[in-house]
Write a protein of this length. Sequence first.
Length: 131
Amino acid sequence: MKAGVIMCHPADASVVGRSGERRFALEVAAGFWARFRGLMLRASPQETVGLLLWRCASVHTGFMRYALDVAYLDQTGRVLHCVSGLEPWRVSFGPRGTLHTLEFKAGDIESLGIGVGDQIAHVVFEARDAR
């Protein structure tokens, strides 16, 4: 995967779990600086948009303007752990096995019904280099 932020089309990802399938827009941050910046200094999105931090097992909320929801994912996009309402100026680490992190504005994990064991479906997880 190339470095930088890859903008994807609206509703190009989905979460598949106990509550069925729900679609959402996704951006992929693949490079070091794109992952470091994350959602920092951005206004809170009005719609449900996830930011996938590729090959990143922790997050910080320094310089954030709003709280985040975080889902920690394994190499295939399976949800290992969720953190809701991570306030600005905090740090969070994924559990063992975390390879990717998915950030949303606070409340989006609940509205999408994302839970441990659910599968995030997106073309990036189908690639051979998902690790």
